[in-house]
Design a protein around this ligand. Structure first.
Ligand SMILES: NC(=O)c1ccc[n+]([C@@H]2O[C@H](COP(=O)([O-])OP(=O)(O)OC[C@H]3O[C@@H](n4cnc5c(N)ncnc54)[C@H](O)[C@@H]3O)[C@@H](O)[C@H]2O)c1
Length: 349
């Protein structure tokens, strides 16, 4: 397949790009605006491949997207480009609506305009929109996990912008007959994760022996999925999912934030000296995120039943691999710390 992929220099997009290109089965055009969250090192291992092309462009720029479709002649779109950090959406929601809502609309429109002149591709063309479990809102401790039929109830500017995009994608499928697919996934973690998110932020603070902030009481619960398992799910849905369907993707690994942070402290203690006693002593509880969703959990049985997908990396193994990756790739995160992000608290309203 010729796959036009957006956001391929970000955390999840780059994992998908690496897997697609390394398979040798596909031709990939990575379109990325290169925001603060993007790094070229995340795709450096495949950048020279004949199966890979890169275009620096903004998905909101309809003319640039039209030209990219004409030049690349894709068979499918994988849409991952987004503003993705809840705390930043609290500080500045405008960019989230611009990229996540308007950008998604522009991409859908460019797809339509392209297919209007490529009628032989209309039946087979696929548009996969990558979304989040946060669109479903917050669960209570005893609630059943989210399923594909859970009503939307977004509670942050980020999740509201992603929910809006999901609705647009479904509407374009119904109204214009596009073969759309939507995935909603739980929290990812793994290599090349920008250090504003919980796991890389805590890992780097633990390595440095700095105080480790935990929001509220640390009892918020997330389901965690290793990023390459998400990438495999996305490729599987793109190739074999049923058009118009939604698939939930999850890791079967619900943990409180405090459990995650303590596990990272222990892993870093095992690997690095420099701190007297346990790094758990560095943990401090800080003002909670405004509107912090209490719990997310995913029932991924549809994806398992229809496409035979399941996570291959359990949380303990994935977390150890992730900590080891950060220890081995100091150049990558030092460049970010020297440049766009030094670990400051965001999203306090
Ligand atoms: N990280 C998670 O845990 C998670 C979980 C479920 C779903 N998702 C979704 O997966 C997708 C990827 O998430 P991520 O964590 O890799 O995000 P990320 O922030 O690491 O990367 C986003 C990428 O999109 C690019 N981008 C942003 N605005 C753009 C624009 N206007 N035009 C072109 N490119 C633009 C950025 O430069 C960056 O490379 C997002 O849609 C996100 O909502 C993420």
């Amino acid at each position: 397949m010729r796959i036009l992929l957006t956001g391929g220099c970000g955390f999840i997009g780059s994992a998908v790009v690496r897997d697609l290109v390394e398979s040798g089965d596909h031709q990939v055009l990575n379109i990325d605006k290169m925001t603060y969250a993007a790094t070229t090192q995340s795709v450096a291992s495949v950048a020279a491949s004949a199966h890979y092309d890169f275009l620096r462009a903004d998905i909101v720029d309809g003319a640039a997207m039209d030209q990219a479709f004409l030049d690349f002649e894709p068979d499918a779109v994988m849409h991952l480009a987004a503003e993705s950090h809840v705390d930043r959406s609290i500080d500045g929601p405008e960019e989230f609506l611009r990229t996540n809502v308007e950008g998604t609309m522009q991409l859908l429109q460019s797809t339509r305009r392209y297919l209007a002149n490529e009628t032989d591709k209309e039946q087979s063309f696929r548009f996969l929109h990558v979304s989040t479990d946060e669109v479903f809102g917050a669960l209570g401790p005893l609630d059943k996990p989210f399923t594909e039929s859970t009503p939307y109830s977004p509670r942050s500017p980020y999740s509201a912008s992603k929910a809006s995009a999901d609705h647009l994608v479904r509407a374009w499928g119904e109204t214009y007959g596009l073969n759309v697919l939507i995935t909603n996934c739980s929290n990812n973690y793994g290599p090349f994760h920008f250090p504003e998110k919980l796991i890389p932020l805590v890992t780097l603070k633990a390595i440095a022996g700095e105080s480790i902030p935990v929001y509220g009481t640390g009892d918020n619960i997330r389901d965690w999925l290793y990023v390459h398992d998400h990438a495999a799910a996305l490729i599987s849905v793109l190739l074999d999912g049923k058009p118009s369907e939604t698939y939930l993707v999850g890791g079967n690994a619900e943990r409180t934030n405090l459990e995650v942070v303590e596990a990272i402290c222990d892993l870093v203690d095992e690997r690095v000296g420099g701190v007297t006693g346990s790094r758990r002593d560095l943990i401090g509880f800080v003002t909670d995120r405004p509107g912090h969703d209490h719990r997310y959990a995913i029932d991924a049985s549809k994806l398992h039943g229809e496409l035979d997908w399941e996570p291959t990396v359990n949380f303990e193994e994935g977390l150890a691999r992730t900590v080891d990756w950060y220890l081995a790739n100091e150049d990558w995160w030092r460049a970010i710390q020297d440049g766009s992000y030094q670990g400051a608290r965001l999203g306090l309203r």
